[in-house]
Ligand binder design. Structure first.
Ligand code: IPE
Ligand code: IPE
Ligand code: MG
Length: 237
């Protein structure tokens, strides 16, 4: 028997390429997002089956508000629809859903959907699934610095008591370990304001595959690539 393959504890995915997938088929961008949601549904299942304990996906960035209103509306609609259609399955699969990002900008309807799915799936033990929505790494770090500064100003903490852990604990992702593997689809090789602090020692995997085409075989390739990486953390073997 071969040695056990190393499986990431936490995978984060920048789900990119829905628009190009649609354009290649002469479809509306919103149809690409719908196909992207189907791909996400399968990926959640496949990642959980691979034994991964945390999955974070970048679903909507703070910058994405700048897209045409019709596209933004379609994406908001898709969030609500996704919650509607998937909650039961996620509960059954033992998947705990958490939304990360600044929620106040969402409509009451979207916020209610997010609260509903978080509440319904709160007991999940198989895998934690974090949906990054209206997420920005810089905003997250700015808010963290403000909250820490506030504690210092109120005399609840001394400046020299601020550690890396204090900062990690003040981020939206405080309930998860840092991502071991960050996957980005569609050939773009950038973070686009995603998990900058958390990615310090993450392994990166870029694939030209567009997000709606990212299937089980594509996930398998990413896991294979990860298993072959030598994570040295600055040390000498
Ligand atoms: C990713 O696909 C989904 C979101 C950002 C919401 P895109 O919509 O960015 O697709 P491309 O990059 O235009 O192909
Ligand atoms: C990043 O993709 C955000 C999400 C996947 C939600 P974008 O398509 O918005 O990023 P850029 O514009 O290529 O950097
Ligand atoms: Mg894109």
């Amino acid at each position: 028997m071969s040695e056990e393959r190393s499986i990431p504890r936490h995978i984060a995915i920048i789900m990119d390429g829905n628009g190009r997938w649609a354009r290649m088929r002469g479809k509306e961008r919103s149809e690409g997002h719908l196909a992207g949601m189907n791909s996400l549904r399968e990926t959640v299942r496949n990642v959980a089956m691979a034994g991964v304990k945390y999955l974070t996906v970048y679903a909507f960035s703070t910058e994405n508000w700048g897209r045409p209103q019709a596209e933004v509306d379609a994406l908001m609609e898709l969030i609500c629809k996704g919650v509607e259609l998937e909650s039961e399955e996620l509960v059954k699969a033992g998947i705990k859903v958490r939304a990360i990002g600044e929620r106040s900008r969402f409509s009451q309807k979207v916020r209610a959907s997010l609260e509903k799915i978080e509440q319904m799936t709160a007991q999940g033990q198989t895998m934690t699934f974090a949906l990054a929505l209206n997420y920005s790494s810089r905003s997250e770090l700015t808010a963290a610095m403000q909250s820490i500064a506030q504690r210092v100003a109120e005399g609840k903490m001394k400046t020299e008591e601020i550690t890396e852990q204090t900062i990690s604990d003040a981020l939206y992702t405080s309930f998860m370990p840092d991502p071991d593997l960050i996957i980005r689809t569609s050939g773009e090789c950038r973070l686009s304001n995603f998990l900058m602090w958390q990615a310090s020692y993450s392994e990166f995997y870029f694939t030209p595959t567009l997000w709606p085409d990212f299937d089980k075989a594509e996930l398998e390739k990413a896991l294979e690539a990860y298993a072959a990486r030598d994570r040295r953390y600055g040390l000498v073997k």
